[in-house]
Design a protein around this ligand. Structure first.
Ligand SMILES: [Cu+2]
Length: 233
């Protein structure tokens, strides 16, 4: 009995500490992007790293990036943070070029030298999204110390994530503050592309993916990130 109640107390203490620390350090700045177009459904969560800046990035692809679809000989899909938001009708071209505040330019970005990569070149720094048989890719997470949550030219806020198939832009979604993204209406096409027209999102209509699902996924991602950080303390 004593053992059981002390266990419950410990859990309660951890939970209370978690909520407190989360609200003070992590939650206000978390950014997220939910892509849902052309049969491609993917979530990106950018959580600030507390110590030396940068972000913990979590990527989950639920559908659409299959081996059958992949054009590149590498069997991978590139993805980047682009400077502008997505245009009306899920227009990924309107997203403009890569986020590149230090003007690195188009020089080849290699994972071994991330300081020579564009801030927005996520697949250059961390590897392409590897196509699978089903098109779903299990969640991956990594740290990226070059990502910024502030600064007019450097922040990822208000920009977009674009997925490419051997260069061609095949899906995109805007980057929102996490708390804003989680309070978006439950219609997934609205949530995924606020600036776009739902008409441009034919295959996602009736796909059954709800805003609630996204919120749950993101909440799990955030919790995972936080507990990872706790363990590193
Ligand atoms: Cu791109």
């Amino acid at each position: 009995m004593i053992l059981k109640s002390s266990f419950i107390l410990s859990v309660a203490a951890v939970a209370s500490y978690t909520c407190q620390a989360q609200s003070q350090l992590v939650v206000p700045q978390i950014m997220a992007s939910a892509i849902n177009m052309n049969g491609i459904e993917a979530n990106f969560v950018f959580s600030p790293l507390s110590n030396n800046g940068g972000a913990r990035v979590r990527v989950e692809v639920k559908s659409g990036l299959s081996k059958k679809f992949a054009v590149s000989p590498t069997g991978g899909f590139e993805y980047h943070i682009h400077v502008k938001p997505v245009g009306p009708g899920n227009d990924c071209t309107a997203a403009g070029g890569h986020l590149d505040p230090t003007n690195v330019g188009a020089a080849k970005c290699v994972a071994a030298k991330p300081d020579r990569c564009q801030e927005g070149d996520l697949s250059g720094k961390h590897g392409e999204l590897k196509a699978t048989e089903t098109g779903a890719i299990a969640p991956i997470s990594y740290n990226d110390k070059y990502i910024h949550f502030s600064g007019e030219t450097t922040t990822i806020a208000g920009r977009s994530v674009v997925i490419h198939n051997n260069g061609t832009r095949v899906a995109c979604g805007n980057i929102y503050p996490f708390d804003q993204a989680s309070s978006l209406p439950s219609g997934s096409s609205e949530g995924a592309s606020k600036a776009g027209s739902p008409d441009g999102d034919v295959r996602s209509q009736g796909s059954g993916a709800s805003g609630g699902q996204l919120v749950a996924t993101m909440a799990m991602a955030v919790a995972g990130t936080f507990f990872g950080a706790l363990m590193a303390l």
